[in-house]
Each structure stands twice: as structure tokens, then as C-alpha cells.
Design a protein around this ligand. Structure first.
Ligand code: ZN
Length: 454
């Protein structure tokens, strides 16, 4: 019985699609196939037909679930009975275009609630956009400025969506991520322990944690720091330039971001490190540029980590000192700086500091002295090298560019705080390879109906 019903449904579906395909093919033939055309012309026309066929396919699929003979009554959620009223039309925008359905409408006289069983079964919601389209809009909106994202969709998918709609989808999903992350932090703190790791570490790999911040321009408020944390592992590979030498490259990077003070950011980053398997790591390493808040968070959340001062920041203080002492164009500054860099590389900090002290009349030299004194315990570069550890913060610096700056610091951009935070959150997920689970946070659109028509 069921089988024959299914067969009949299938036949109807195939027939409907065939009819549409045949009509579209005939129209396409009339437009471009009668006379010689260029490939480019035919390519454009055939693409449009593909989009129309896609829309028809989804339409036909959805119609399979609209009953030809509606039940006269259904059970209402209040426990009473809702009566069939009539079919009502509704349309919804999807990734493939518009779906229009005439589906049975029921009204419960008892509680006044109106219901569309088809909507509830399909996740159809008249006047709304599908969760699939919502996710696609958030994706392009996190990649590109909203107006460019709208143009891209038109070009690639033949979809006409306003930049405002893309902004809304993007910001809403970003806010969902934010809420989910805040709840996870709250829960971990309340329970006193983190949830189990979901991305286990490769065995005997140190886990690296690195942090920095980028200034994002807010409307009427000026710049605000968007903090970014990276969690990653490394792998030693033959260097590209010199294959006889090993190069330590970062792998499996994930990012966490927050436009907030260090305390809130620190908790979220700690949770991200836990998700990545910090609990099983034989060694945790924190690399930073010397900013005070970074080491404060390292002490608080990663107390057993080896702290390493980024090699390039340390070197830059030596170059600035050399230029202050000898002048930028002097032939003397380079050999002096190179000698100091060798000392730094070899961990000979006492002679390095003595040499700097002898030039302490220069402001830049005094800054270098205090920077090195403050970070002395984080500059044991010979030891780090021996352990095969990375000593540069390139991962977080390039992260600041590709996760945050490329989207949030374009010329003329001014953000609301919520908007910046939402887009940054989405980009951190995207760049961590976590888009699928992020887009799954979008619930099917729903609406409740109360006594209106009869
Ligand atoms: Zn009811």
C-alpha cells in the first residue's frame, strides 16, 4: 500500500521535473540554439537555466509533502482539536530561489493557535529565508564587505539579496557563536573543569598558544582592540630554501577572538586551548610580543607553559637601539646590531645588557634595556631551539591580518561594536576550519500563528 503510494509520488515528482526541464530546454533552444552563437553567450544562458531548474527541483521536492487531501482535523498542542480551514499560500527564499507552497491551514478554536503541519515538518516559514540561505549569506558576509558579498551572490548564484539582509544574517550568526562561547565559559567556570577536548592533539606535540590584538574602528568611539588568540601545533619539515635544515612550521591553527578586556578574552582562549587538548599536551608554549596583558593571562590560565618572547620583537629593539646610537645610515650600526643579535641568539644576555648600558644616554637604548629586563626569563633562545620549539610569533601576526584586519580594517570602515565582534567571531571560526559546525547553529526559521484568518 505504502509502496504504491510512494511509487505514485515518485512518478509525479519525476514528471513535474521533466516537464519543467523540457520547457526550459525548449526556451533555451529558441533563445540561443537556432542560430550560431558563441560559447560565452550559450554559457551565460545555460547557467541561468540551471538556476531555474534548481528552483523547480526544490519546489517539486517540497510539494511532495503537501497532502492532496488534508485531514479534516489535527491534534493541537493545547490538547484540543484544530480544524482544517483552507489552503494558504506562502513563499520562502532559499539558496535555489523562491519556494511557493499552498499548504493546509488549521485553527484551534480552543486556544486560538493557527498551525501549518507542512511548515512544521519541512521547516518551511512563509516570508522568511531558509536556514541554508541564511548560512550562505553569513558565509559571504564574513568574507567580504556586505555590498560586495551581494554582488558576488548575484554573479555566482543568480541570487538577488540586499547587502542589509547579508549583514543581518552575518551578524546574527556571529552573535549566536558569541552566546554559545560565553555559555561554554560560564559552564566550565561553574563546574570547575573544562569540557572534554573535541580536537585531540597529535601525540607528543607541544601545544602553542599565542595572543595579540588589532585595533578596529568603531562608529563615534574610535579604535577598539579586537584581541585574537591562536592555538596550534608544529611540525619540523625540511626548509624550502635549505632542505638540509629543518624548519618548524605551524599546523592545525585555530583562533579565538574577543572585543573585550583581557580577563574575558583569557577565559575564552583557555577554553579553546582545552578544546584542542591542552589537558593531554606534554608541553604548552606561550609566545607573545612582550605586552603585559599577554604574560598576565599566560600566568593565570597557562601556568605550566614555557613563555617565549617573540624573537622578531626582541630583534627589533636591537635594531632601534643601533639606529639611535649610530644613525640609520651609518655603516657602524649594522655590524653592531648583528653582534648584539648573535648574543641574543646565544642567550648571552649579561654581556648584551652591559653593552646596552654603555649607550644608555639614548632613549631607544633605555627602552631596549627595560624590555629585555622585563622579559629576561622569556629569552632563553638556545634552550628553546634545543627543545625544537618555535620562537617567532608569525602565526598570530599573520592571524591578526587574515582573521581580523582583511575584513574589519578596510579603508573607510566603521563598525558598531556588536557588528565588529560578530564578524570577527565568524571569521575566527571560518579560519579554524569550523564552518560546518558554526552554520549548524542556525535553527530552522519558525513562526507562531494566532487567530487571524478563518
Ligand atoms: Zn489549541
Amino acid at each position: 500500500m505504502e509502496c504504491s503510494t510512494n511509487d505514485a509520488k515518485k512518478k509525479t515528482f519525476v514528471q513535474t521535473v521533466q516537464e519543467v526541464a523540457a520547457r526550459l530546454a525548449a526556451e533555451l533552444y529558441d533563445r540561443v540554439a537556432q542560430e550560431p552563437r558563441t560559447l560565452t553567450e550559450m554559457e551565460g544562458e545555460a547557467t541561468q537555466v540551471m538556476w531555474q531548474l534548481g528552483e523547480a527541483l526544490l519546489q517539486a521536492l517540497c510539494e511532495l509533502w503537501v497532502p492532496p487531501y488534508p485531514e479534516p482535523e489535527i491534534r493541537c498542542t493545547c490538547g484540543e482539536t484544530a480544524q482544517y480551514v483552507r489552503r494558504r499560500s506562502g513563499q520562502m527564499k532559499t539558496q535555489l530561489g523562491i519556494v511557493r507552497l499552498r499548504r493546509p491551514y488549521y485553527l484551534c478554536e480552543h486556544c486560538g493557535q493557527g498551525r501549518y503541519p507542512v511548515d512544521e515538518a519541512l521547516g518551511f516559514c512563509a516570508g522568511s529565508i531558509s536556514a541554508g540561505l541564511d548560512g550562505l549569506l553569513a558565509y559571504v558576509g564574513s568574507l567580504l564587505p556586505f555590498d560586495e558579498a551581494a554582488a558576488l551572490l548575484e554573479q555566482l548564484r543568480g541570487l538577488s539579496v540586499s547587502s542589509g539582509r547579508i549583514r543581518r544574517s552575518t551578524e546574527t550568526l556571529g552573535q549566536r557563536v558569541q552566546v554559545q562561547e560565553a555559555q561554554a565559559v560560564e559552564q566550565a567556570w561553574a563546574q570547575g573543569h573544562p569540557p572534554p577536548a573535541t580536537a585531540p592533539l597529535p601525540p607528543s606535540q607541544p601545544l602553542y598558544i599565542s595572543m595579540d590584538g588589532v585595533s578596529v574602528l568603531l562608529r563615534q568611539q574610535g579604535g577598539r582592540e579586537q584581541k585574537l588568540g591562536a592555538v596550534y601545533t608544529t611540525k619540523a619539515k625540511p626548509a624550502r630554501q635549505r632542505p638540509d635544515q629543518l624548519e618548524i612550521r605551524a599546523e592545525q591553527m585555530s583562533f579565538y577572538t574577543e572585543m573585550a578586556e583581557a580577563t574575558t578574552f583569557g577565559r575564552g582562549l583557555w577554553l579553546e586551548a582545552q578544546r584542542r587538548g591542552m589537558g593531554q599536551a606534554e608541553q604548552v608554549v606561550v609566545i607573545g610580543d612582550g605586552a603585559h596583558w599577554i604574560w598576565r593571562l599566560a600566568e593565570e590560565h597557562f601556568p605550566d607553559a614555557i613563555q617565549i618572547l617573540d624573537w622578531y620583537h626582541a630583534s627589533s629593539y636591537i635594531w632601534k637601539a643601533a639606529h639611535a646610537i649610530y644613525g640609520e645610515d651609518s655603516d657602524l650600526s649594522k655590524p653592531w646590531a648583528e653582534h648584539r643579535l648573535d648574543q641574543l641568539w646565544e642567550g648571552k644576555l649579561d654581556p648584551l645588557l652591559r653593552e646596552l648600558q654603555s649607550h644608555a644616554s639614548h632613549q631607544a637604548v633605555r627602552e631596549a634595556i627595560s624590555y629585555f629586563q622585563n622579559n629576561r626569563s622569556r629569552m632563553d633562545y638556545p634552550r628553546y631551539r634545543k627543545m625544537g620549539l618555535q620562537i617567532g610569533s608569525g602565526v598570530i601576526e599573520s592571524g591578526c591580518k587574515h582573521v581580523i584586519a582583511h575584513r574589519l580594517r578596510q579603508a573607510g570602515m566603521r563598525w558598531t561594536e556588536e557588528g565588529a565582534q560578530a564578524v570577527a567571531k565568524l571569521r575566527a571560526r571560518l579560519k579554524s576550519g569550523r564552518w560546518e559546525e558554526t552554520v549548524a547553529l542556525i535553527p530552522p526559521p519558525r513562526r507562531s500563528y494566532h487567530r487571524s484568518a478563518a
